[in-house]
Design a protein around this ligand. Structure first.
Ligand SMILES: [Cu+2]
Length: 195
């Protein structure tokens, strides 16, 4: 009996400690996936720290040793927008990733005076975008790897509906009524057949 009580107390304290720890260093890890067939992937770990949010990027598959890859948190859009050629304006620049010989590359940036909750807020969509090699005389190079930031209150999987397109309401109303007529006539035929 005493063992059970002790065990339960131990379990309870472990649970409490666990939740307290989770509270302290709140963190989210995101997967960056390739854009434009680059083969460049990676992870981004965002962690609440005392004076802001720490963003750690760990990339792999970078094509050329020594190349500097600028990267940012973009606001006002999604990776899908960027891949469709409509990239969102830059909001927060992150430290540059330099490619190693094995194609890896990482950078850590601490964003001051911001919280994870704010970054993941639903005021706008945001994404982390790593760019190709900067070429002189050209603007910001295209994105080669991207991760959408999840939004806390809305579901991450939710995407903006296209402004145009989609099925017109008239079609939505017509299709069920056609189905209804077809099925009624089928039932009538069946009734005649059996009768
Ligand atoms: Cu950018």
């Amino acid at each position: 009996m005493a063992t059970m009580v002790f065990g339960a107390a131990l379990l309870a304290s472990l649970l409490l400690a666990g939740s307290a720890m989770a509270e302290e260093d709140k963190s989210v890890q995101l997967q960056l996936t390739q854009s434009r067939g680059s083969g460049v992937t990676g992870t981004a770990t965002l962690t609440d720290v005392e004076d802001g949010v720490k963003v750690e990027l760990n990339m792999k598959g970078l094509p050329e040793e020594g190349v500097e890859h600028i990267n940012h948190i973009h606001g006002g859009g999604t990776c899908a927008d960027d891949r469709a050629g409509r990239t969102a304006p830059v909001t927060i620049p992150l430290n540059t990733v330099v490619a190693n010989a094995d194609g890896s590359g990482s950078a850590t940036t601490t964003l001051k005076d911001v919280t994870l909750d704010k970054l993941l807020g639903d005021d706008q969509h945001r994404f982390i975008l790593l760019h190709a090699k900067v070429k002189k005389g050209q603007g910001v190079p295209p994105g080669i790897s991207c991760a959408d930031l999840p939004q806390l209150s809305t579901d991450t999987s939710m995407e903006n509906l296209p402004a145009s397109g989609g099925v017109p309401v008239a079609v939505l109303l017509t299709v069920p009524s056609v189905l209804l007529i077809v099925s009624i006539s089928a039932v009538l035929k069946l009734m005649r057949f059996t009768g």
